[in-house]
Design a protein around this ligand. Structure first.
Ligand SMILES: NC(=O)c1ccc[n+]([C@@H]2O[C@H](COP(=O)([O-])OP(=O)(O)OC[C@H]3O[C@@H](n4cnc5c(N)ncnc54)[C@H](OP(=O)(O)O)[C@@H]3O)[C@@H](O)[C@H]2O)c1
Length: 199
Protein backbone atom coordinates (compact mmCIF):
# COMPACT_ATOMS: atom_id res chain seq x y z
CA UNK A 1 0.00 0.00 0.00
CA UNK A 2 1.48 3.32 -1.07
CA UNK A 3 0.19 6.66 0.21
CA UNK A 4 0.70 9.85 -1.79
CA UNK A 5 0.73 13.16 0.08
CA UNK A 6 0.19 16.50 -1.61
CA UNK A 7 1.29 19.33 0.66
CA UNK A 8 4.26 19.29 3.04
CA UNK A 9 3.04 21.85 5.57
CA UNK A 10 2.09 21.09 9.16
CA UNK A 11 -0.77 18.72 8.38
CA UNK A 12 0.91 16.89 5.48
CA UNK A 13 4.06 16.22 7.51
CA UNK A 14 2.19 15.24 10.68
CA UNK A 15 0.15 12.69 8.73
CA UNK A 16 3.30 11.53 6.90
CA UNK A 17 5.02 10.93 10.24
CA UNK A 18 2.20 8.69 11.46
CA UNK A 19 1.88 6.60 8.32
CA UNK A 20 5.66 6.19 7.90
CA UNK A 21 5.86 4.98 11.51
CA UNK A 22 3.19 2.39 10.71
CA UNK A 23 5.34 1.08 7.84
CA UNK A 24 3.52 2.58 4.84
CA UNK A 25 5.38 3.56 1.71
CA UNK A 26 4.91 7.33 1.27
CA UNK A 27 5.48 9.74 -1.61
CA UNK A 28 5.32 13.34 -0.48
CA UNK A 29 5.00 16.34 -2.82
CA UNK A 30 4.52 20.08 -2.69
CA UNK A 31 4.47 23.11 -5.01
CA UNK A 32 8.26 23.65 -4.95
CA UNK A 33 9.29 20.20 -6.08
CA UNK A 34 11.09 17.17 -4.69
CA UNK A 35 14.42 18.94 -4.03
CA UNK A 36 12.76 21.12 -1.40
CA UNK A 37 11.79 17.97 0.52
CA UNK A 38 15.23 16.45 1.05
CA UNK A 39 15.41 17.32 4.76
CA UNK A 40 11.78 16.41 5.43
CA UNK A 41 12.21 13.00 3.84
CA UNK A 42 15.39 12.39 5.81
CA UNK A 43 13.55 13.21 9.04
CA UNK A 44 10.59 11.02 8.15
CA UNK A 45 12.85 8.06 7.43
CA UNK A 46 11.23 4.69 6.82
CA UNK A 47 9.74 4.22 3.39
CA UNK A 48 9.26 7.94 2.65
CA UNK A 49 10.45 9.62 -0.52
CA UNK A 50 9.82 12.90 -2.29
CA UNK A 51 8.07 13.02 -5.63
CA UNK A 52 5.96 15.05 -8.01
CA UNK A 53 2.24 15.66 -7.55
CA UNK A 54 1.68 13.22 -10.42
CA UNK A 55 3.65 10.50 -8.59
CA UNK A 56 1.76 11.19 -5.36
CA UNK A 57 -1.60 10.89 -7.13
CA UNK A 58 -0.58 7.52 -8.61
CA UNK A 59 -0.54 6.03 -5.09
CA UNK A 60 -3.33 3.82 -3.72
CA UNK A 61 -4.53 6.55 -1.36
CA UNK A 62 -3.92 10.31 -1.68
CA UNK A 63 -3.80 12.71 1.26
CA UNK A 64 -4.62 16.20 -0.03
CA UNK A 65 -3.08 18.63 2.47
CA UNK A 66 -3.21 21.97 0.69
CA UNK A 67 -4.99 25.20 1.57
CA UNK A 68 -8.49 25.76 0.20
CA UNK A 69 -7.31 28.48 -2.20
CA UNK A 70 -4.76 26.10 -3.77
CA UNK A 71 -7.28 23.37 -4.49
CA UNK A 72 -8.18 24.49 -8.03
CA UNK A 73 -4.49 24.48 -9.04
CA UNK A 74 -3.95 20.97 -7.68
CA UNK A 75 -7.26 19.66 -9.03
CA UNK A 76 -6.44 21.00 -12.50
CA UNK A 77 -2.98 19.47 -12.57
CA UNK A 78 -4.30 15.90 -12.65
CA UNK A 79 -6.33 15.04 -15.74
CA UNK A 80 -8.16 12.04 -14.30
CA UNK A 81 -9.31 11.70 -10.68
CA UNK A 82 -11.64 8.81 -11.43
CA UNK A 83 -11.67 6.15 -8.69
CA UNK A 84 -8.76 7.70 -6.81
CA UNK A 85 -9.19 7.46 -3.04
CA UNK A 86 -8.59 10.96 -1.69
CA UNK A 87 -8.46 11.92 1.98
CA UNK A 88 -9.65 15.50 2.50
CA UNK A 89 -8.30 17.19 5.66
CA UNK A 90 -9.03 20.64 4.24
CA UNK A 91 -10.73 23.40 6.18
CA UNK A 92 -12.47 25.92 3.90
CA UNK A 93 -10.85 29.08 5.16
CA UNK A 94 -9.39 31.83 3.04
CA UNK A 95 -6.43 34.04 3.92
CA UNK A 96 -5.62 36.72 4.92
CA UNK A 97 -8.36 36.74 7.58
CA UNK A 98 -9.24 33.00 7.38
CA UNK A 99 -12.97 33.57 6.97
CA UNK A 100 -15.05 30.68 5.66
CA UNK A 101 -15.06 30.27 1.87
CA UNK A 102 -18.25 30.67 -0.16
CA UNK A 103 -19.67 27.15 -0.28
CA UNK A 104 -23.14 27.76 -1.72
CA UNK A 105 -24.81 26.08 1.26
CA UNK A 106 -22.85 22.84 0.90
CA UNK A 107 -20.31 21.16 3.14
CA UNK A 108 -16.77 21.97 2.01
CA UNK A 109 -16.07 18.33 1.18
CA UNK A 110 -19.05 18.26 -1.19
CA UNK A 111 -17.38 21.15 -3.03
CA UNK A 112 -13.98 19.38 -2.98
CA UNK A 113 -15.67 16.24 -4.37
CA UNK A 114 -17.00 18.32 -7.29
CA UNK A 115 -13.51 19.69 -7.97
CA UNK A 116 -12.13 16.13 -8.22
CA UNK A 117 -14.60 14.44 -10.59
CA UNK A 118 -14.88 10.70 -10.04
CA UNK A 119 -12.59 10.66 -6.98
CA UNK A 120 -13.71 8.69 -3.94
CA UNK A 121 -13.40 11.33 -1.27
CA UNK A 122 -13.13 10.65 2.44
CA UNK A 123 -13.14 13.58 4.84
CA UNK A 124 -10.76 12.93 7.76
CA UNK A 125 -7.83 14.27 9.80
CA UNK A 126 -9.04 17.90 9.70
CA UNK A 127 -10.11 18.33 13.32
CA UNK A 128 -6.67 18.49 14.97
CA UNK A 129 -3.73 20.83 14.93
CA UNK A 130 -0.59 19.40 13.30
CA UNK A 131 0.88 18.94 16.80
CA UNK A 132 -2.01 16.77 17.95
CA UNK A 133 -2.21 14.85 14.68
CA UNK A 134 1.49 14.08 14.97
CA UNK A 135 1.35 13.08 18.65
CA UNK A 136 1.25 9.50 19.93
CA UNK A 137 -2.40 8.47 19.46
CA UNK A 138 -2.54 6.40 22.64
CA UNK A 139 -3.50 8.43 25.70
CA UNK A 140 -4.81 7.56 29.18
CA UNK A 141 -5.25 3.90 28.24
CA UNK A 142 -7.29 4.70 25.14
CA UNK A 143 -6.93 5.86 21.54
CA UNK A 144 -7.45 9.34 20.13
CA UNK A 145 -10.58 9.54 17.96
CA UNK A 146 -10.43 10.39 14.26
CA UNK A 147 -13.75 11.12 12.56
CA UNK A 148 -14.27 10.25 8.94
CA UNK A 149 -17.08 10.31 6.40
CA UNK A 150 -17.62 9.70 2.70
CA UNK A 151 -19.93 8.35 0.04
CA UNK A 152 -17.90 5.32 -1.07
CA UNK A 153 -17.81 2.29 1.20
CA UNK A 154 -14.58 0.75 -0.15
CA UNK A 155 -12.75 4.08 0.09
CA UNK A 156 -13.92 4.52 3.67
CA UNK A 157 -12.75 1.01 4.49
CA UNK A 158 -9.30 1.79 3.04
CA UNK A 159 -9.06 4.94 5.13
CA UNK A 160 -10.38 3.14 8.19
CA UNK A 161 -7.60 0.57 7.79
CA UNK A 162 -5.01 3.38 7.77
CA UNK A 163 -6.60 4.97 10.86
CA UNK A 164 -6.50 1.60 12.67
CA UNK A 165 -2.92 0.84 11.64
CA UNK A 166 -1.56 4.17 12.79
CA UNK A 167 -3.18 3.64 16.18
CA UNK A 168 -6.18 6.01 16.24
CA UNK A 169 -9.81 5.08 16.91
CA UNK A 170 -11.88 5.72 13.78
CA UNK A 171 -15.48 6.90 14.09
CA UNK A 172 -17.59 6.72 10.91
CA UNK A 173 -19.95 9.69 10.56
CA UNK A 174 -21.72 8.42 7.43
CA UNK A 175 -21.91 10.16 4.06
CA UNK A 176 -20.29 13.48 3.17
CA UNK A 177 -23.69 15.13 3.53
CA UNK A 178 -24.18 13.63 6.97
CA UNK A 179 -20.70 13.93 8.42
CA UNK A 180 -18.69 16.64 6.72
CA UNK A 181 -20.50 19.58 8.34
CA UNK A 182 -19.88 18.16 11.80
CA UNK A 183 -16.16 17.80 11.03
CA UNK A 184 -15.84 21.12 9.25
CA UNK A 185 -13.95 24.10 10.64
CA UNK A 186 -15.32 26.66 11.20
CA UNK A 187 -18.86 25.82 12.26
CA UNK A 188 -18.74 22.08 12.95
CA UNK A 189 -19.10 20.60 16.42
CA UNK A 190 -16.00 18.38 16.25
CA UNK A 191 -12.90 20.43 15.32
CA UNK A 192 -10.60 20.96 18.27
CA UNK A 193 -11.99 18.08 20.32
CA UNK A 194 -9.36 15.70 21.66
CA UNK A 195 -11.53 12.68 22.39
CA UNK A 196 -10.13 9.37 23.65
CA UNK A 197 -11.93 6.09 23.06
CA UNK A 198 -11.37 3.77 26.00
CA UNK A 199 -11.36 0.08 25.15
N1 LIG B 1 -2.69 23.85 10.27
C1 LIG B 1 -3.75 23.45 10.94
O1 LIG B 1 -3.91 23.71 12.13
C2 LIG B 1 -4.82 22.63 10.24
C3 LIG B 1 -5.67 21.83 10.99
C4 LIG B 1 -6.61 21.04 10.35
C5 LIG B 1 -6.72 21.07 8.97
N2 LIG B 1 -5.90 21.88 8.24
C6 LIG B 1 -6.05 21.92 6.79
O2 LIG B 1 -5.01 21.12 6.21
C7 LIG B 1 -4.59 21.70 4.97
C8 LIG B 1 -3.10 21.92 5.04
O3 LIG B 1 -2.83 22.78 6.11
P1 LIG B 1 -1.35 23.17 6.51
O4 LIG B 1 -1.43 23.97 7.73
O5 LIG B 1 -0.49 21.95 6.45
O6 LIG B 1 -0.98 24.13 5.25
P2 LIG B 1 0.42 24.78 4.85
O7 LIG B 1 1.38 24.69 5.98
O8 LIG B 1 0.11 26.09 4.24
O9 LIG B 1 0.96 23.78 3.71
C9 LIG B 1 0.30 23.69 2.49
C10 LIG B 1 1.12 22.85 1.54
O10 LIG B 1 0.45 22.86 0.27
C11 LIG B 1 1.42 22.92 -0.75
N3 LIG B 1 0.85 23.45 -1.99
C12 LIG B 1 0.31 24.68 -2.23
N4 LIG B 1 -0.05 24.77 -3.51
C13 LIG B 1 0.27 23.59 -4.09
C14 LIG B 1 0.16 23.09 -5.41
N5 LIG B 1 -0.38 23.81 -6.40
N6 LIG B 1 0.60 21.83 -5.66
C15 LIG B 1 1.15 21.08 -4.66
N7 LIG B 1 1.29 21.50 -3.39
C16 LIG B 1 0.85 22.74 -3.12
C17 LIG B 1 2.48 23.85 -0.20
O11 LIG B 1 3.65 23.65 -0.96
P3 LIG B 1 5.01 24.46 -0.64
O12 LIG B 1 5.50 23.87 0.66
O13 LIG B 1 5.90 24.11 -1.78
O14 LIG B 1 4.62 25.89 -0.53
C18 LIG B 1 2.54 23.38 1.25
O15 LIG B 1 3.48 22.33 1.39
C19 LIG B 1 -5.38 23.01 4.82
O16 LIG B 1 -6.45 22.83 3.94
C20 LIG B 1 -5.90 23.31 6.21
O17 LIG B 1 -7.15 23.98 6.20
C21 LIG B 1 -4.92 22.65 8.84
Amino acid sequence: MRIGIIGSGGIGLAFAGQVVKAGYEVIISNSRGADSLTDAVKQLGGKARAGSIEEATAANVIFLAVQWIHLPAVAGKISNWKDKIVIDPINPVVPPDYKIAELGGRASSEVVQEMLPGAKLVKAFNTFTPQLLGAIPEQNGGKRVIFYCGDHTAAKEAVRTIIDKIGFAGVDLGTLKEGARLQQYPGGALPGLNLIQLS
